[in-house]
Ligand binder design. Structure first.
Ligand code: AHR
Length: 618
């Protein structure tokens, strides 16, 4: 295939191209990115998932019972645990299916109510009961109020595995009626950037190494909730943890809201990501829709949320943000209205009044914000953009390579959820049987590369692309495959085959695409060509899908002459079904070679079937 790339005439990219998407699913927040080690730390529950003692057990003969006391820790956290017994009693937490114990500082706290004249013992224990770290915490408890106690633990050695627990004990004979009430029992390892209430380091490292340019949050279906009342309420995710009630996720478990609106923004700050904020749009997953005459309240709530993030300290909600320690406003350039409003019978009302109401109100107050509809299955008004999601078999990902060629640049589209989910052994996806691959696998990844190349060729119209869902805890998940998979052992985190694709494309960023002419049509070689004007590096990104032989390529860039050097990186895998598993090895081979342009400025190389490649001139 001979490809000649022109000097000018392409488009200017949005500069975002590859990002991340996060919603609470697969225990990717609680039990994942959110570094909290104690599962069910505050016995949060809802009508859908009632409070329980999940993850807790009693020490020895201690009896544990959930109580809704008349004077709870807070209205947000009404349920606490009463621990009763004789002698040394207490409770043990199994963590998020294990606790990683190594020589580092663990910061813990718990609230107690009850008169107690003794000390508490906080410990990390192995599965055989060996003490890995332990500390005494003198009681400040009394019968009249909830008192917070703080402690640190320093294990001397790394534990043999993560099959460890946390225990908190006390001497019941020194408690007034042999029992005490506990709530919000928390333990954190060191976090990314040492933020209190922060993020798990290995997962943040995997994200930092990926270099996402934006973060779409907080959903996903989880934004929507099962009912109108169960929607993601931004104002219940801010402030002290004791004032965050948590909520029923869309994904079969209760979330703590430990990662709340502010934590999302801090996360964007930490990884230099552009926030793409999704606001609730008046549709819940059950199909309940807010009628037009009642929508104002929710539109105003979205405006309040944006003011909370971006308003000066002289605004009502900007002042609230300042009170919570963030006087400096954040910048929001993208707001998406809802999630998949084309589903759950939501499209008619979205088209008829819901989207327009949010679009008009947000654009009027914040003209610099690019408002996005959560679908492209409608005529999008004015300068609004849209969001397109695709979960499909590899062949169908490839078929959509040309999809964006005729889109409008003034109505930019986010590719907010993209993944090859199951092999080509049937036609299309059977949504009733979500028997998707556990991990991204190599052919799927190559087909995603083809789709991404189609998007990047239209990088003025496509805001950016993100894989979804992004993460899963292998010990408890609802939806695979994901870009990153993990368990409680940070050393076993798997960066998927698709992670390697996104990382390669992301780290070779084009500021402008450049048009190319070719001897052949697209397929089996798919590509995009462009330049990074900041470094003057010319770039070729490609993927080979379904070729019977190696594809020879002769590539010239107008103005790039004989002898110019370039790096050519080719990703391959030994088997089309190779996948990167938790605790397993990386199956993606990455080989970078230095090549030189020949007499006519041509770069000559061969790309094997099922390969992904990037060439950048030096
Ligand atoms: O990514 C998993 C789910 O897929 C998202 O929550 C939803 O938006 C989509 O249907």
């Amino acid at each position: 295939v001979t490809i000649s790339v022109a000097k000018s005439g392409g488009n200017v990219t949005t500069n975002l191209q590859y990002g991340a998407m996060e919603e609470e699913i697969n225990h990717c927040g609680d039990g994942g990115l959110y570094a909290e080690l104690i599962r069910n730390r505050a016995f949060q529950g809802s009508e859908m998932y009632p409070s329980s003692l999940d993850a807790w057990s009693g020490v020895g003969h201690s009896s544990l019972s959930l109580k809704n006391l008349s004077d709870p820790l807070s209205t947000a956290l009404p349920t606490s645990v009463n621990v009763k017994g004789k002698g040394t009693v207490g409770l043990v937490n199994a963590g998020f299916w294990g606790i990683d114990v190594r020589p580092q500082k663990y910061t813990g706290s718990f609230y107690v109510k009850g008169s107690y004249h003794g000390t508490f013992t906080a410990s990390l224990l192995s599965s055989t009961g060996k003490v890995l770290a332990s500390t005494k915490v003198p009681s400040k408890g009394n019968a009249h109020e909830w008192v917070q106690h703080e402690f640190v633990l320093f294990p001397k050695k790394k534990a043999a595995n993560t099959n460890n627990t946390f225990s908190l004990t006390f001497d019941a004979s020194k408690a007034s009626d042999g029992s005490l009430d506990f709530n919000l029992i928390s333990l954190f390892p060191p976090t990314w950037n040492d933020r209190p209430n922060g993020m798990r380091k290995d997962l943040m490292q995997a994200l930092a190494d990926l270099g996402p340019k934006f973060l779409r949050f907080p959903g996903g279906s989880n934004l929507e909730g099962q009912t109108i009342e169960g929607r993601w309420k931004w104002n219940e995710t801010i402030g002290p943890l004791k004032d965050r009630p948590g909520r029923a996720t869309a994904w079969l478990y209760e979330e703590t809201s430990g990662i709340g609106l502010i934590e999302y923004m801090e996360w964007c700050d930490d990884l230099n990501m552009e926030p793409i904020l999704a606001v609730w749009s008046g549709l819940s997953l059950s199909g309940e829709v807010v009628p037009e005459e009642e929508l104002d309240f929710y539109v105003q709530d979205a405006l309040n949320e944006i003011e909370f993030l971006t308003g000066s300290v002289h605004t009502e909600y900007g002042a609230l943000r300042a009170k919570l320690g963030h006087p400096k406003p954040w910048k929001i350039r993208y707001v998406e209205v809802g999630n998949e409003d084309n589903l759950s019978d939501g499209l008619d009302s979205y088209k008829a009044y819901r989207f327009q109401a949010f679009y008009d109100a947000i654009s009027a107050k914040y003209p610099d914000i690019q408002v996005l509809a959560s679908t492209i299955d409608m005529t999008i008004p004015g300068k609004a953009g849209g969001d397109y999601h695709l979960y499909d078999v590899p062949d169908n990902m490839v078929k959509q390579f040309n999809m964006f060629d005729n889109f409008r640049p003034d109505q930019p589209i986010l590719l907010g959820e993209i993944a090859a989910t199951e092999p080509n052994n049937g036609v299309g996806i059977n949504w009733d049987d979500k028997n998707f691959s556990l991990y991204p696998w190599w052919i799927g990844t190559v087909s995603e590369a083809v789709f991404l190349l189609g998007a990047e060729r239209n990088a003025d119209k496509i805001i950016g692309t993100t894989y979804a869902p992004f993460l899963m805890n292998l010990d408890s998940y609802q939806w695979s495959p994901t870009l990153l998979s993990f368990n409680s052992n940070p050393e076993e985190t798997a960066r998927s085959t698709s992670w390697h694709l996104y990382s390669l494309f992301n780290h070779n960023h084009m500021t402008n695409t450049l048009p190319a002419t070719s001897s052949d049509d697209f397929g089996p070689l798919y590509y995009v060509t462009g330049v990074d004007k900041k470094t003057d590096s010319h770039i070729f990104k490609a993927a080979v899908y379904n070729s019977t032989a190696e594809v020879p390529v002769s590539l010239t860039f107008e103005g790039v002459g004989r002898g110019t050097k370039a790096d050519l990186t080719i990703l391959t895998a030994a088997d089309p079904f190779d996948m990167n598993e938790v605790g397993g090895e990386n199956m993606v081979n990455s080989k970078t070679t230095k090549i030189k342009a020949g007499k006519k400025g041509e770069f000559s190389f061969k790309l094997p079937n099922l390969s992904i490649a990037v060439l950048t001139t030096n």
